[in-house]
Structure formats: structure tokens, C-alpha cells
Write a protein that binds this ligand. Sequence first.
Ligand code: NDP
Ligand code: 2IT
Length: 458
Amino acid sequence: MITSERQLRSDYLRKVIEETEAKNSHEKEFIQALKEVLSSLEPVIIKNEELFKSVSLLERLVEPERIVSFRVPWIDDKGQVQVNRGYRVQFNGAIGPYKGGLRFHPSVNQSIMKFLSFEQIFKNALTGLPIGGGKGGSDFDPKGKSDFEIMKFCQSFMNELQKYIGQDLDVPAGDIGVGGREIGYLFGQYRKIKNTYEAGVLTGKGLEYGGSLARREATGYGLMYFMREMLNANNIELNGKTAIISGSGNVAIYACEKAQALGVKVVAMCDSSGCIYDENGINLNAIKEIKEVKRARIKEYLNYVPTAKYTENNGTTPAIYNIKADIILPCATQNDINLETAKIIVANGAIAVGEGANMPCTNEAVEYFIENKLLVAPGKAANAGGVATSALEMSQNSTRCSWTFEEVDQKLEKIMINIFKQCSESAKEYDFDNNYVVGANIAAFKKISGAMIAQGII
Ligand code: NDP
Ligand code: 2IT
């Protein structure tokens, strides 16, 4: 439940939200994430208000432990100097080393870095594994860059980032625009500078040099495990349903793979240019070749399946959301679904939304879904399989062993089942029924607040 500040009963909570907003008024994504989380915690805060106030718990929770921002100069293939801005936000390390991805996208700014790392604190707590919350990235745009340019950028980025990370300090991984190729270049540069083989400093590594089997698949697979649990708990069968998946990157592709394996017909996917609709069900091998090998636009799908339909994006609603399906899986980026889009989705008869991306729905959209009885799997719980498997990669690195695909996948499935259980039980405990959005926030907050209080005022 996203309660507006005026409706909040806790003066303490209202004051922290107002003060944080005033201090960070230009950071709209961060404020959005903060309000969604904090307002839903009201019942827990009211119950423990005196204790939380006495240690300024919320004031400390909303302030990152550290933010670094740095210059990233690199030389393009034409010999011209380019300058980008790099970031690492180390938001909260109470539960373990800071952990979270790196995003390379022209939209990256401090607000986006802060919202992502704030969400990551809660997500990582839900995994049950010892990882704190962080995030980083750059406004570098990988689109249209040569392999060499990508390498040079990654090397320059790491020249600075290496000062702030380490296997017991802060462990970055991939996110938008950062996949196996980029992690390889980043790892190589870290190893060269540090002159040591510190495998656990990055996750999402290649299998040849310390990566974990099933990490690539983990976020998408985990999303579908969560979705299956959520539907089962509401007596709905996943098998036989239709789905649309926004995005066609790492999360979207492996969500599609697991959805298909679980008997779901995925009829549409997209990229930022437009969407393809294939009434016979998406040919995932074609998508993998277009996106993972050729790094091309999704429109090329028509060369593989001429009977499919391509629609260019224009207007505020991405074209994909005009397509009817039972299950909606936003796996692209934040604020993909606003209230207007949510209304279309509800009118089209969808039953569930699974957030593969981070904050893909605006707060108003989530409210509208819940009011209209759609089941919502919130990103910080439903997409936690990626970071959880990163933590499994760290375990394998520190014990110098490697588990089989099946072993990692089974651990991932158990973790996702457990995350669903935590969301469901916390929602029930506070009478929010099957509102897993609130359930996820409360379950994660209990763990984080416990760790922060135990460690004193730091
Ligand atoms: P990728 O870079 O692999 O894919 C991103 C996809 O989203 C692309 O298809 C991209 O299209 C599309 N997209 C559409 N609009 C936008 C936009 N405005 N900005 C950026 N991308 C856009 O990223 P991932 O699949 O790794 O990440 C997708 C989402 O999942 C993000 O929200 C990320 O934070 C989240 N996530 C990722 C995890 C991981 O392990 N990778 C774990 C948990 C969450 P185009 O190519 O046209 O830009
Ligand atoms: O948003 C996320 O959880 C990620 N991008 C994955 C982070 C990680 O450390 O694996």
C-alpha cells in the first residue's frame, strides 16, 4: 500500500519522508522508491516507534553509507577522447559486503543509482544470504560501440572503481548494458591492477574463470519460480497461461525460457524500439541469436518468423502493453508501466504482474493493480534470484569449488520459494492478505533494522 504522506499516521515516518524528499528533491526515482518502501512499513514502524526514533533508524536507513562518483576518460576508435561519469553507491553494509550490479546506460544518474541501491538493500536481505546493498554504473552508452571501445571503457572505469571494491568489501555484477563480455574486461583490468587473483570481486563471470553455472539464467528463472509459487498460493495454475515479456535482454530471455518450460505461451517481447507479437509463441532461439550474438534490434525477428508482427513504440504506452495476456512480465527498465498503461493491462484481463526489472511499475500503477485484484510479484523479491545466485558464485569462489547447473538451479529454486514464503507470511502477519508488495518490504525491513540496531549507531 503506497500511502500518501498526508494519510500517514506516524509523525516520525512522515517527518523522515518529508525531510529526505526536501534534501533530495531532484532525485525523483530515489524518492519514488523511498516512498513506496517506507510508507508500506508504517505498521511495523508504529509498533516500534520509540526504539526506532531513539537510534534514528530511518534517518540512517535513507542515507547511503558512501557514494563515489568519478571521471571515466577513454579513447574511441577514431582516436577522440570521450569522458563519462562513473558511480558506485554503497548504500547499506549491515548484512554483508555491498552487492549489486553495474548499469551502463545513457540515462544513468545519481538518482537512478540511489534508487537501485536502495532497492538492493531490501532485495539482498530477502535472499537470506550475507550481502549488503550497493549499485553502480555509468552514463556510457554501449549501443553502437565496437568491442574495442567497450573494452577500453571498461578498463578506464575499473582503473577508478578498483579503489572501492573487493571480495569482502563490495562485489559488483551486471545490470542493463553490462553482461558477460563487460564483466570479463572489468575482471581482467582488476586482476592486472591488483596483481592478485581475487575471483570473488565480481560476479557474473565467464565459466572459464570463476563464474557460476546458472548465474546467466538465474534472474529470469527465479522470476518464474516466484510467479509459480504466487499463483499456486492463490489456486491458479501457471501451466497453460499466456504471457508478454517487456525487454529482450538477460532477464527477459531467461524468464521466457523458464516460462516456456513451465507451459506458458509467451506471445510478445520487445526492446526500446518496439515489440514483436508472435501468436504461435516466441521462437526463443531466434531472440537469443538476435540479442546475444548479433546484438541487433528485435525487429530482425521478422527475418526468422515472417508471420510475426512488429510494432514500433510511440506514445507513452510501450506497444507491447496493448497485447492481451494473462501474465505480464516487465523485464526492461524502471517506470515502464505507468497508471495509464496499468489501466490498459487491467482492461485486457491480466491476472498477474511479475516484476523482473527493478521498479518497472510506477507506485500508482502498482496501487491500481492491487485495487483491481491482480497479483503483483514485486521486483525486490521476484528478481532476487540473480543476486542470490551471485552470492552462490561468491561461495563457490571462496571455497574454490564449482557446483553443477542442477545444484545451483535447485538452490535458486529453494531460495525463491523461501522468498515467496517470507513475503506471504509478513503480508498475513500485518493483515495485508496477498499483498506481496507490502509483504516483501516488511520481511526485508525486519532483517535490516535488526542488523542495524544490533551494530549500534554507525
Ligand atoms: P539488458 O541490458 O540485458 O536488457 C535490457 C532490456 O531492456 C533490453 O531489451 C533493452 O532494450 C530494454 N529496454 C527498453 N527500454 C529501456 C530503457 N529505457 N532503458 C534500458 N533498457 C531498456 O539488462 P537486464 O536484462 O540485465 O536488466 C533488465 C532489468 O532487470 C533492469 O531493470 C535490471 O535492473 C533488472 N535486473 C537485472 C538483473 C540481472 O541479473 N541482470 C537482476 C535483477 C534485476 P534496448 O536494447 O533497446 O535498450
Ligand atoms: O538488480 C540486481 O539485482 C542485479 N542487477 C544483480 C546484482 C548482482 O549482484 O548479481
